[in-house]
Design a protein around this ligand. Structure first.
Ligand code: ADP
Ligand code: MG
Length: 346
């Protein structure tokens, strides 16, 4: 289960988990008349351009497996709706047509775009789903980035105010030709939030659903908190900080997941809307709190806003906390995580 290349590492020691599983399975098999076997179950699959994983405790392995499948199906359904890489997704349809006039949009996508615009207002434009007019010109695998003319032109199309929602007609319209939207900074949070809802409905009480850098924890690890590791942004496979959490969401945005380097500049996938270039000053931003849609969008936002502005914003949100690692590798914590004496926990 433990994936060393993901930003959040669940420190579930594989060996001891397996050992516990074997002992439990043996014990349960020995009980007369116990058809169902309680166990930790998990699976991970490449999806949404990253990895989606589900790990849960189930009193019945068969039902647990069904619950896991239901989460993967849901992730696939959301991807079909919201992926800009799929020509026939609803979001691609909007990107093709919304500059010409209002496009009728399903409730789910409409609501997520609405939440994205709310976060744009909250973050004074650091979070902006119209980043994609520039973002579409990046291909990190083939080390492609927009040339200066393209950047100068497309930068003009980044502004969430160009996205107009009409709740009366359930339509989305773009006020300018060339505007595009991309939910890459919020959709994985939505996937894990929906995934956990599905698990709850399957009667699961203890689980983790992860999509890339976004995790949603359901309950605890049966009597103790989950230990969620925040990756060391520069050493693959190393955990920088472990956080004990239960029943919460945690998201990390980092500059190391999708990037290439050219002439000493690291071109990564988190874009500063004000310039259209890669957001500087940070290596990673982690946010945790009750809702994965919010932690996902806020981790991207705090990354863009930088240490001071980012942590100041988090300080205004009572349910959310943040840990950031800046470009020099220094670690900063939001106020709620500091010692009451006022000493920085740094
Ligand atoms: P991931 O889990 O994909 O790394 P993050 O939460 O770190 O997601 O967000 C990065 C993604 O968010 C990018 O790949 C891109 O799709 C999108 N994005 C980049 N810059 C912004 C921005 N300023 N506002 C909103 N979304 C952004
Ligand atoms: Mg995010």
């Amino acid at each position: 289960m433990t994936k060393h290349n993901s930003r959040l590492q669940l420190t579930l020691e594989a060996v001891s988990t397996t050992a516990v599983r074997q002992v439990l399975a043996t014990l349960l098999l020995a009980l007369p008349g116990s058809a169902a076997i309680a166990d930790w179950l998990g699976d991970a699959r490449p999806m949404l351009g990253t990895e989606v994983s589900v790990y849960l405790w189930s009193a019945d392995a068969g039902l647990g497996q069904q619950a896991i499948e239901a989460v993967f199906s849901e992730a696939e359904r959301i991807d079909r709706l919201m992926s800009t890489y799929k020509e026939d997704s609803e979001i691609s349809k909007i990107n093709r047509s919304a500059a010409a006039g209002p496009v009728v949009t399903g409730e789910e996508l409409f609501l997520l775009v609405q939440r994205s615009l709310d976060i744009s207002v909250l973050t004074l434009g650091a979070f902006d789903i119209t980043f994609d007019s520039v973002g579409q010109h990046y291909d990190f695998r083939s080390r492609q980035r927009p040339d200066s003319e393209t950047l100068a032109a497309e930068r003009e199309n980044i502004d969430y105010n160009y996205v107009q929602l009409d709740g009366a007609t359930n339509t989305i319209a773009f006020l300018k030709e060339g505007v595009r939207i991309n939910l890459g900074g919020i959709a994985k949070g939505y996937v894990v939030e929906r995934g956990v809802d599905i698990l709850r409905r399957h009667g699961i009480d203890n689980a983790i659903v992860t999509a890339g850098g976004d995790s949603r924890l359901l309950g605890d690890r049966r009597g103790r908190p989950w230990m969620v590791g925040i990756r060391d942004p520069r050493i693959e496979g190393e955990v920088a900080i472990s956080v004990p959490l239960a029943d919460e969401a945690i998201s990390t945005s980092g500059d190391y997941e999708r990037y290439f380097e050219e002439d000493g500049t690291r071109y990564h996938h988190i874009i500063q809307p004000a310039t259209g270039g890669p957001a500087g000053g940070m290596r990673s931003a982690t946010v945790f709190g009750p809702d994965a849609v919010i932690t996902d969008a806020l981790s991207t936002s705090v990354f863009v806003m930088g240490v001071d502005r980012g942590l100041t914003l988090i300080g205004t949100l009572p349910d959310y906390e943040s840990i950031v690692i800046d470009a020099e590798g220094r670690v900063f914590y939001s106020d709620g995580l500091r010692q009451p004496t006022g000493d920085a926990a740094e």
